[in-house]
Design a protein around this ligand. Structure first.
Ligand code: PLP
Length: 460
């Protein structure tokens, strides 16, 4: 195949799912009814749904075939053993348990490890990880490199942890106050940016010198490993699978949302090496999720995951996938719409703060862009800005706002074509041409944790 910057899909379409654009007045009414929160809208009313790449990918014919082989035995099902073989082969940890999602793995881990007042550092915690640590009265800390908050900076590994910040952090709070250390690959909350192997090695070394167990949030590990292959000297001739094995050999365990790089609609994983911790986690799993050989999933889900783990590592697939994201970003940039640079793995992060400089962060510019994009073209993205991350600091009782106000356009795996992405780019260009007329929003309801899921708004 000739080298193409945006490789064509390495698959063809066998089953189709119709989508439709409802009329403008119906879109307006639907927005109002949902309190201008796109999470509260009907999927049926979406033309192109870029809310998330989580569990929204298209499964392959091999995955659907595997579903038919699902063994629904309560204990020790064949499906469990097929998944176990795949997980051991790909990740190489001594123990594993399936969970129904990534957050279930996070919950179990936080329940067993995190005591009130303790700290858990990472490059950047994703919202569910952050909330699961806080739910145990622990304190998440984000120690990503400063380049991450500069949307123009083209650092190839903007997901890297700042090693000096990490050392200073451990020195300040003490090893006893840090029951585990994490890193997210790729860094979802920071734009889907990868972490380099060099950085992972340094992070692993610092955690281990301080006897802090090191867990990787591996939701998009395959995309991260492909970026390492493309960008990090010394890895260009290694397979993505070899790179993944090297990555996980540096850690003591991992949590994973299989709804991302394992290309399934539901599922998660918790893997680790420590025998005693595994026993304690298993007890918590039984209480919250299910017996350790199914972990809250059906046998068929385990089989789909076992196949998806390998498909997510396929390098033709990965180069098409990362090409698709890069394509949408370049179309937007050609229209003068700023996105986080370089483009991350699973989505395009539009800098809403730069499109609406007249809307202050406490009036939610990225939420305003999310609403406009639906209004314009029936497209659903997700706010990753002050709605999601602004929080009241319990120590000084002031509001802390995130550095960037972003609208994430997540690309579901193997689901939309290039002409869908062209349509998205055209709609955003139309919004940009009338940007100065767009106004901000205020909350009419907001819960304390994970408020973006259920909050309601009113236009100002
Ligand atoms: C999606 C995600 C999670 C949570 O996983 P769920 O399956 O949605 O519970 C955790 N971390 C990262 C980086 C994620 O992208």
């Amino acid at each position: 195949m000739t080298k193409h910057p945006y490789p064509p899909e390495p698959f063809r379409i066998k089953v189709v799912e119709p989508i439709r654009l409802i009329p403008r007045e119906a879109r307006e009414a639907a927005l109002k009814e949902a309190g201008y929160n796109l999470f509260l809208m009907k999927a049926e009313d979406m033309f192109i749904d870029l809310l998330t790449d989580s569990g929204t990918g298209a499964m392959s014919q091999e995955q659907w075939a595997a579903i038919m082989r699902g063994d629904e035995s309560y204990a020790g099902a064949r499906s469990y053993h097929r998944l176990k073989a795949a997980v051991e082969d790909v990740f190489g940890f001594k123990h594993f348990m399936p969970t129904h999602q990534g957050r279930a793995a996070e919950n179990i881990l936080a329940a067993v490890l995190v005591k009130p007042g303790q700290w858990v550092p990472s490059n950047m915690h994703f919202d569910t990880t952050d909330a699961n640590i806080r739910a145990r009265h622990g304190r998440p800390a984000n120690l990503v490199i400063d380049e991450a908050s500069d949307p123009e900076n083209r650092h190839p590994f903007k997901g890297n942890m700042d090693i000096n910040k990490l050392k200073a952090f451990i020195a300040k709070y003490g090893r006893e106050q840090i029951p585990m250390g994490m890193i997210t690959v790729t860094n979802n909350a920071g734009g889907g940016q990868p972490v380099s192997m060099e950085n992972l090695k340094a992070v692993s070394q610092v955690y281990h010198e301080n006897d802090i167990p090191f867990f990787i949030d591996a939701a998009r590990y395959a995309e991260n490993c492909f970026f390492i292959k493309q960008r990090e000297p010394g890895y260009e001739n290694k397979s993505v699978k070899e790179i993944a094995r090297e990555m996980f050999s540096l850690a003591d365990g991992m949590t994973m949302s299989a709804k991302k790089d394992a290309i399934v609609n539901i599922g998660g994983l918790l893997c680790l090496n420590d025998d005693t911790l595994f026993q304690n986690l298993k007890n918590e799993l039984i209480l919250r999720e299910g017996f350790p050989t199914y972990g809250g999933l059906a046998g068929r889900d385990l089989d789909a995951m076992a196949v998806g783990l390998y498909e997510g590592l396929d390098e033709d697939y990965l180069s098409y996938r990362l090409g698709q994201t890069a394509y949408l970003a370049s179309r937007l940039n050609d229209n003068g719409i700023p996105t986080i640079q370089p483009t991350g793995g699973h989505g395009v992060y539009v800098n809403a703060g730069a499109i609406f400089p007249h809307i202050p962060n406490y009036e939610f510019p990225a939420q305003a862009l999310a609403v406009e994009l639906y209004r314009e073209g029936g497209i659903r993205g997700v706010e990753i800005g002050s709605v999601m991350f602004a929080c009241l600091d319990p120590e000084d009782n002031t509001w802390h706002y995130p550095a960037l106000e972003l609208l994430r356009l997540a690309i579901p795996r193997r689901t939309y074509t290039q002409s869908h992405l062209d349509y998205v780019a055209d709609c955003l260009a139309a919004i940009k041409s009338r940007a100065n007329k767009v106004k901000g929003y205020k909350f009419t309801y907001a819960p304390e944790l994970l408020r973006h899921f259920t909050a309601r708004f009113e236009p100002l």
